[in-house]
Design a binder for this molecule. Structure first.
Ligand code: NAD
Length: 431
């Protein structure tokens, strides 16, 4: 059966549901938007472009759920709670029409837990469609099939995400936090721990952020700035989910709990921008101007923000990680550690390097994905350093070494190195 998505029923009109509904309406689709809370739907409708509002029908789960039968894609975007999602899916399954496709926007609940014991029709038609927040801005769209999901269902979601919504489709597997957040959260959580010795040696937090930004091809938020944006409350939940669901030998286990000072910040409600301050805050001075303060993690008090110091850091993208300096050591440990972590996740979380690179560029706005960055740095240099330090090569660096290959991509990026040690067409990996 070939499927096509022309209309979308979104259930759950919070941050994500509102964004998915608005994006679908902007793409010209008929949209149904339901929530258990009528006020949430009203607020969500405000996010839909004026000229697309006529495409959106709204209602509540209590009174209007039957209307779902008239839509091609039923997209669940309610709270992150397995029991709530399963109850809702059981009801939706009785209503939705044959030929429709159904998905969850969960950021962390495994699809196998959602679909366990569900009907064969549900199991054939379901996927995870993981958008990033804000939906309108973020390009990444992770698509995760379940054990029994039919190929035509995944093809329909991929086509819709790519052609109608203009998103970057990434094919992920049903593993904890999928691709973007598995690697992005490793960077953040490991960073909190690995930066600590540098702070104790006198590096300030502003400098940590400055090094883990443009010098290695990351956005200007750096480490602490990025976590301030996301919130320590969200990061704590992510850490707990990782602690439960990461494979036993995964390097991420060392970092799933916050260091003590960050845990105290969390417990005191000092969560980040949404709470008026986290690692930094803006304060209003008596003369009406604003001033930026940094929460000093060593003595746990606020102080005036300082400029980040980058003197002496190599100007060439990424070169800092090979520098014999505190900045170089920090970049190698935190950013280089994230590259090594990512390089060990094929084939566990994705079949190929291409989907991992796309997820990190589109979901976290890195200049280069991890494997593109390794190519930029020259993988041989990174391999030599790991050998010198007595470390173990992560899976894809071992594949590259064994295949005597020089890079993960060749022929102007049209071919990538597979887990089998052979080069393949990039086009095949993204479709
Ligand atoms: P939210 O809290 O903003 O909204 C959830 C909405 O679901 C609320 O309006 C609530 O009234 C409604 N709801 C709860 N139970 C319901 C039910 N049984 N029936 C109908 N509506 C119900 O949450 P959100 O941030 O939009 O997250 C939604 C989903 O998307 C979660 O699974 C979350 O993990 C995932 N997600 C969130 C983000 C993010 O950054 N916020 C990013 C990616 C994925």
């Amino acid at each position: 059966m070939s499927r096509s998505i022309e209309s979308v029923a979104v259930v759950g009109a919070g941050t994500m549901g509102a964004g998915i509904a608005a994006a679908s309406a902007a793409a010209g689709c008929r949209v149904l938007l339901l929530d258990m809370n009528a006020d949430a739907v009203k607020a969500a409708l405000q996010q839909v472009d004026q000229d697309a509002q006529h495409l959106v029908t709204t209602g509540t789960v209590e009174t209007d759920l039957e209307a779902v039968s008239d839509y091609d894609w039923v997209c669940e975007a309610v709270v992150e709670d397995l029991t709530v999602k399963r109850e809702l899916f059981n009801r939706l399954e009785l209503i939705r029409k044959d030929g429709s496709v159904i998905s969850s926007n969960t950021s962390g609940i495994p699809l196998r837990h959602i679909s366990e014991g569900m009907t064969p029709r549900f199991r054939a038609d379901v996927a995870i469609t993981h958008f990033f927040n804000p939906v309108k801005v973020m390009r990444l769209f992770e698509l995760v099939p379940g054990e029994d999901t039919h190929d035509d269902v995944i093809a329909a979601f991929a086509e819709f995400g790519d052609k109608r919504l203009g998103k970057g489709v990434v094919h992920a597997k049903d593993t904890v936090n999928f691709i973007g957040n598995r690697i992005g959260c490793f960077f953040m959580l490991s960073g909190l721990h690995l930066a600590k010795p540098f702070l104790r040696e006198g590096m300030n937090q502003e400098t940590v952020d400055a090094i883990l930004a443009a010098p290695v091809g990351l956005p200007p938020t750096g480490l602490y700035g990025l976590i301030d944006l996301i919130g320590l409350d969200v990061m704590e939940l992510v850490g707990k989910n990782l602690a439960t669901n990461l494979p036993q030998a995964d390097a991420g286990h060392a970092y799933t709990a916050f260091p003590p000072a960050e845990q105290r910040m969390h417990d005191n409600g000092q969560l980040g921008r949404k709470a008026g301050g986290g690692f930094s805050r803006q304060i209003k001075l008596d003369d009406g101007t604003r001033s930026k303060e940094t929460f000093d993690l060593l003595n746990e008090t606020w102080r005036d923000a300082l400029p980040g110091a980058l003197e002496g850091a190599a100007a060439e993208l990424g070169e800092v990680i090979f520098e014999d300096s505190p900045a170089g050591e920090l970049a190698w440990k935190v950013f280089g550690g994230t590259l090594r972590y990512a390089a060990g996740l094929v084939p566990e979380i994705a079949d190929d390097v291409v989907n991992i690179d796309n997820a990190i560029r589109w979901g976290f706005n890195w200049v280069h994905g991890p494997f593109e960055m390794l190519d930029h740095l020259n993988p041989k240099r990174v391999i030599d350093r790991i050998h010198r330090e007595g470390g173990q090569l992560p899976s894809m660096l071992a594949v590259l070494e064994q295949a005597k290959a020089a890079s993960f991509y060749r022929n102007d990026g049209s071919e990538y190195l597979g887990f089998d040690g052979e080069y393949h067409s990039v086009d095949q990996a993204v479709n």
